[in-house]
Ligand binder design. Structure first.
Ligand SMILES: Nc1nc2c(ncn2[C@@H]2O[C@H](COP(=O)(O)OP(=O)(O)OP(=O)(O)O)[C@@H](O)[C@H]2O)c(=O)[nH]1
Ligand SMILES: [Mg+2]
Length: 368
C-alpha cells in the first residue's frame, strides 16, 4: 500500500495503488487525489486553522502531531511517497523519519520504504531547494543511519522540466517505473523459472534494507558488455547511484535463446565485488532479452547534498554552507559504517574475516 503525503505524494500514491492513503493539511489538495482513504492533518496559527503548509516544513511538522499515532500505524510495512520541496510532505515525512530513527529494532515486515520526489532547482522556487537540502542532510540521513527504514527511492523532477513533460504524465512515468521494480518476484512466478529464484520473501528482505535503491530496465544485448549497457540505460527519473553494495536482477529470455547469457551479468557484478540475487525466466512474449536491475547503495549525507547540488547548479553559498555543516556528520557516518560491517561479519559467523570485510568496504570507497 502507498501512503502519499502532501500534494505530490497524494497524487502519486493514488496512482500507485487502489487502496492508497493521502495525507494533507490542505482539504483542497486532498479532494484532488483519488486516494481510497484521506487523512486531514491540522495546523493552527494565530489566524486560526491553516489551509496548507505554504512551503513551510515547520507547519508540516506541527500538523504531524494531529495524526501522529494513526500515521505511525499506517506506514508499517508500506511505501511512503512525498516531495521534499514543499511544507507538508517535507515536514510530516521529516517527523516520521526522525521518529523511526529512535526505534530500537524494526522487523523487516514492518519496515517502511520511502519514495521522495526532489525538485529541479534551475526551474523551481528557492524554498523548495532549501527545504530539500535540510531534508537530505537531516531527517533522511538520520533515519538511514539508524537502519530503521526500508529502501529509499530518490526521484527527481529534472527530466520533467528539461523535457517539458506534463505533471500527470510524469507522475504516471514515476509510478510505472516503480511498478516495474515491484513486479520482479511475481514475474518469477508467472514465467518458467530457469535459474536462481527471487521469491516474495527474498524480495521483501531486500526492500527492507536501509539503503538507496536505484533500479532500471532495458533490452539487453548479450553481445555487448553489460556494465556499459547498465550505465547507458540508467533510470532518468532517479538520482544517479553510487557503487552498489548489493544488487538484484530479473532476466527475461525469449524463446529459442540460450539463457546462460545471465553469466555475463554476474561477471559484471563480480568485477565490482557484488554477488546479486537473481531470477532468470523464459518469457515467450518478448523478442529480445529484457533485464530489470536494482542496486542498493549508500551515500554519505555530504555526498547526497552534493549530488543534489550538482544537478541543481545551486548558488555557491548554499553549497559551501551545507558542506561545512556536513563535515561533522560525515565523520559520524564513517564510524557507523564500520560498526555495521562488524555487525554483519558477526551475524554471518565471519568475525575472523572482519578485517577482510573492512578492507573490501574501503576499496568500495565506503570507508576511509
Ligand atoms: N513529480 C511531481 N512533482 C510535484 C507534483 N506536485 C508538486 N510537485 C513538486 O513537489 C514540490 C512541492 O511539493 P508539494 O508536494 O506540492 O508540496 P506539499 O508537500 O503539498 O507542501 P505545501 O503545499 O507547501 O504545504 C515541488 O518540487 C514540485 O515541483 C506532482 O504532481 N508531481
Ligand atoms: Mg501542498
Amino acid at each position: 500500500m502507498a501512503i502519499g503525503i502532501g500534494g505530490a505524494g497524494g497524487k502519486l500514491a493514488s496512482l500507485m495503488s487502489p487502496n492508497s492513503v493521502a495525507v494533507n493539511v490542505s482539504e483542497t489538495e486532498l479532494q484532488k487525489t483519488n486516494a481510497a482513504q484521506k487523512v486531514l492533518a491540522f495546523a493552527h496559527s494565530e489566524k486560526g486553522q491553516l489551509k496548507g503548509a505554504k512551503k513551510d516544513p515547520a507547519i508540516g511538522r506541527t500538523a504531524f502531531n494531529s495524526i501522529r499515532a494513526q500515521l505511525l500505524e499506517l506506514i508499517q510495512g508500506n511505501l511512503v511517497i512525498s516531495s521534499s520541496g514543499g511544507g507538508t510532505g517535507n515536514g510530516i515525512t521529516s517527523q516520521l523519519l526522525e521518529i523511526l530513527a529512535t526505534f530500537d529494532n524494526i522487523p523487516d515486515i514492518r519496515k517502511t520504504e520511502f519514495a521522495i520526489v526532489l525538485p529541479y532547482a534551475p526551474r523551481e522556487a528557492q524554498e523548495f531547494i532549501v527545504n530539500t537540502l535540510e531534508f537530505l542532510r537531516g531527517p533522511l540521513s538520520k533515519a538511514l543511519d539508524s537502519t530503521n527504514t526500508g529502501n529509499l527511492f530518490l526521484f527527481s523532477n529534472q527530466l520533467k522540466f528539461e523535457q517539458r513533460i506534463a505533471e500527470e504524465k510524469y507522475n504516471q512515468m514515476i509510478v510505472e517505473s516503480l511498478k516495474k521494480f515491484e513486479a520482479i518476484p511475481s514475474k518469477g512466478d508467472i514465467y518458467d523459472l530457469l535459474e536462481g529464484h527471487i521469491d516474495q520473501e527474498d524480495f521483501r528482505a531486500y526492500r527492507a534494507k536501509s539503503f538507496f535503491n536505484n533500479f532500471c530496465y532495458f533490452d539487453y544485448d548479450p553481445e555487448r558488455y553489460f556494465g556499459e549497457q547498465l550505465e547507458q540505460n540508467a533510470n532518468p527519473l532517479l538520482l544517479k547511484p553510487d557503487t552498489p553494495i548489493e544488487a538484484l536482477f530479473l532476466l527475461e529470455v525469449p524463446n529459442n535463446m540460450d539463457h546462460t547469457i545471465f553469466y555475463n551479468i554476474l561477471d559484471h557484478f563480480a568485477s565490482i565485488n557484488v554477488a546479486p540475487s537473481y531470477s532468470v525466466v523464459r518469457n515467450p512474449n518478448i523478442q529480445k532479452p529484457f533485464v530489470t536491475v536494482s542496486m542498493l547503495y549508500s551515500r554519505k549525507p555530504m555526498d547526497l547534498v552534493n549530488d543534489f547540488n550538482r544537478i541543481s547548479e545551486q548558488s555557491t553559498k548554499i553549497k559551501i554552507e551545507k558542506s561545512l555543516e556536513q563535515y561533522v556528520e560525515f565523520q559520524k557516518m564513517e564510524v557507523n559504517f564500520k560498526e555495521e560491517a562488524k555487525k554483519v561479519a558477526d551475524e554471518k559467523g565471519q568475525s575472523q574475516n572482519q578485517d577482510e570485510i573492512l578492507s573490501v568496504l574501503k576499496r568500495l570507497g565506503k570507508l576511509k
